[in-house]
Design a protein around this ligand. Structure first.
Ligand code: ARG
Length: 577
């Protein structure tokens, strides 16, 4: 609906400067709501107009602004045009704003924002998002948790904006670690423990065998031998490896479900080990693979061909590396899924790896390499639980849940719940997500449970609380009845909420442009703060029928935008807490 208003302003502006309104629409934006009374609803920067050639300068910037503002005629939609500092403000007809916005939100709550005209500028197609990607038998560390929730957000966002999304989990399921694990399991593994606590037991075996390998050379050679058996596809060794892989995936699926995350494919490094030879052959035939003095196979990635920047794809013993498998995986995915873009989500320590990967694909003549992106994120320090360092994803979920249960018991406002554990878990997870998404993804941050789970302040708990409170208000009243008179919504509180809702599509556009969730988090936080004051100042109970009805309609619309925004972030909104 923002489009209707943006278009109206663009039309008046177009008439004033003799331009086509279509070219002006992208330059018009919704003014953010702030504490001070908003000057305007929409605005356009005169510098941008000058840059785009839509407007000719008339003296300095301020003079140009004034001249232009005088030339724009208000109409029934844009009631007033005001010259600001290098910006032109448009004031909208507030009754029309309420009417149009709320009508649309009621008729198509899920299409609101995501179907906006300004989002049509984005390419839509098939997007492959690769995320989470833990390693079998190793720790699931905070980095994997970040990858999981960030990748999920990107996949949700892309989907909401009309893309076909393929979610891939690329497991670390091959390499020397399986030599150690396999040989270790043959010695002190237990099928019984493996059944009961698969992730813990595999990790236990892996840690023990690693420890022994440090001082005992025979352990290393047993491991090397086991890995050789795997590489040679010896059935017995493969059988054990397959079993490890399968139970790990089963277990992860269960835990991801608690997090509300799903994958279309569980692939992994093992899938592509056979294809690495084809990759190497192709590189060789293109003259890209060179043998270094150390006997390794390398690809020169320098500008000038002086090997100042290169990637190693073959070890001196002829075996392939992580990046070799990644090249094979990318080629295979392109062929299998025909994606239009591919997004990898890992911590920033792998940035160089992905740059090299894209570079190699480019050198191999794969034009689509420039539609592969790496979304990098920073490190989290201090994420631990009462049991100590985080080793498994489930530890974090348990900790979030139990702390949240404790907090809810302390709180006086807590409601009787059908399933308090599930509610606590959902709220705990939303707190983790919001904490993680608040800043730029690339920043490192320190993790503190108490801060994360606070009910006040800009936390996930606060978002959930706002949502639950809106639900409770709507439950108490009959809000099915339609509202036709919006005139009770002309007070400043209601108007601020409406103005803020108007910005939703721009926020989604920002997120889609840089794949950073913080724009959406900030938007939902501001929305929740506005709701908090609205609750105080816009009572439903005790108001006349017309006023109550209009307010309920507003609250119900706000609730649906809040819920949809939360779902894109990967949060399941709760209805009671
Ligand atoms: N398993 C890797 C790790 O834990 C992450 C995999 C990232 N994806 C990729 N295609 N290389 O570090």
């Amino acid at each position: 609906m923002a489009c209707f208003f943006r278009r109206s302003a663009a039309l008046q502006l177009a008439k004033a400067c003799g331009q086509n309104e279509e070219t002006l629409i992208p330059l018009i934006s919704v003014a953010p709501v702030n504490r001070r009374q908003c000057v305007a609803d929409l605005r356009v920067s005169v510098s941008h107009l000058l840059q785009s050639g839509a407007v000719r300068p008339d003296g300095d910037l301020q003079n140009t602004t004034h001249t232009l503002a005088r030339q724009i005629r208000p109409d029934a939609v844009v009631e007033e045009v005001i010259a600001g500092r290098g910006v032109i403000h448009f004031r909208l007809n507030k009754l029309l704003l309420a009417q149009k916005l709320l009508d649309q939100l009621r008729s198509d709550p899920d299409g609101f924002g995501v179907q906006s005209e300004i989002l049509r500028r984005l390419r839509v197609g098939r997007t492959l998002v690769e995320f989470s990607s833990p390693n079998i038998a190793k720790k699931f560390h905070a980095g994997h948790l970040r990858s999981t929730i960030i990748g999920n957000f990107i996949a949700n966002l892309k989907k909401a904006l009309g893309n076909e999304v393929i979610r891939v989990n690329y497991l670390g399921d091959w390499g020397m670690q399986f030599g150690l694990l396999g040989s270790g399991f043959e010695r002190f593994g237990s099928q019984e423990k493996l059944r009961r606590q698969p992730l813990e037991h595999l990790f236990e075996v892996y840690v023990q065998v690693n420890r022994e390998a440090e001082s005992d050379a025979s352990v290393c050679s047993a491991a090397a031998q086991f890995f050789r058996r795997l590489e040679q596809s010896e059935e017995q060794a493969l059988e054990l490896w397959r079993h490890f892989r399968e139970i790990t995936i089963q277990e992860y699926k269960r835990i991801y479900q608690r997090l509300g995350v799903e994958f279309d494919h569980y692939s992994g490094e093992s899938f592509h080990r056979a294809q690495t030879q084809t990759v190497l052959d192709e590189l060789k035939s293109r003259g890209l693979l060179k043998t270094s003095q150390k006997g390794t196979g390398v690809v020169d990635l320098s500008e000038t061909g002086d090997m100042s920047n290169y990637a190693t794809l073959v070890r001196s013993d002829g075996t392939s590396l992580y990046i070799t498998r990644d090249v094979a995986a990318a080629l295979d995915r392109k062929q299998r899924f025909g994606f239009d873009e591919m997004i990898y989500v890992t911590d920033k320590s792998q940035s160089v790896h992905f740059q090299q990967l894209f570079h190699i694909l480019q050198a191999m003549g794969q034009q689509w390499a420039d539609r592969c992106h790496h979304v990098a994120f920073g490190l989290v320090q201090g994420m631990s639980t009462r049991r100590g360092e985080v080793l498994f994803l489930e530890d974090v979920l348990e900790e979030a849940q139990s702390r949240m249960i404790h907090n809810m018991r302390q709180s006086r406002t807590s409601k009787e719940l059908e399933d308090p554990d599930l509610t606590a878990e959902r709220i705990g997870i939303s707190a983790l997500i919001v904490q993680d998404f608040k800043g730029p993804l690339i920043s490192d941050y320190r993790f503190e449970w108490d801060k994360v789970l606070q009910a006040q302040g800009d936390t996930g708990v606060f978002l959930q609380y706002t949502h639950a409170r809106l639900c409770s208000l709507l439950r108490q009243q009959d809000c099915e009845s339609s509202c036709s008179d919006f005139s009770p919504l002309l007070d400043s509180r209601s108007v601020s909420l409406l103005q803020h809702l108007l910005r939703y599509d721009e926020v989604l556009l920002q997120c889609a442009t840089d794949l950073q969730p913080r724009h959406l988090v900030n938007f939902l936080m501001t929305l929740s703060h506005l709701v908090a004051s609205a609750h105080r100042e816009l009572p439903v109970k005790g108001s006349s029928a017309a006023v109550a009805q209009a307010r309920l309609c507003l609250f119900s619309s706000v609730r649906s935008v809040l819920a949809n925004g939360m779902r894109i972030l990967g949060i399941t909104p709760v209805e009671k807490m």
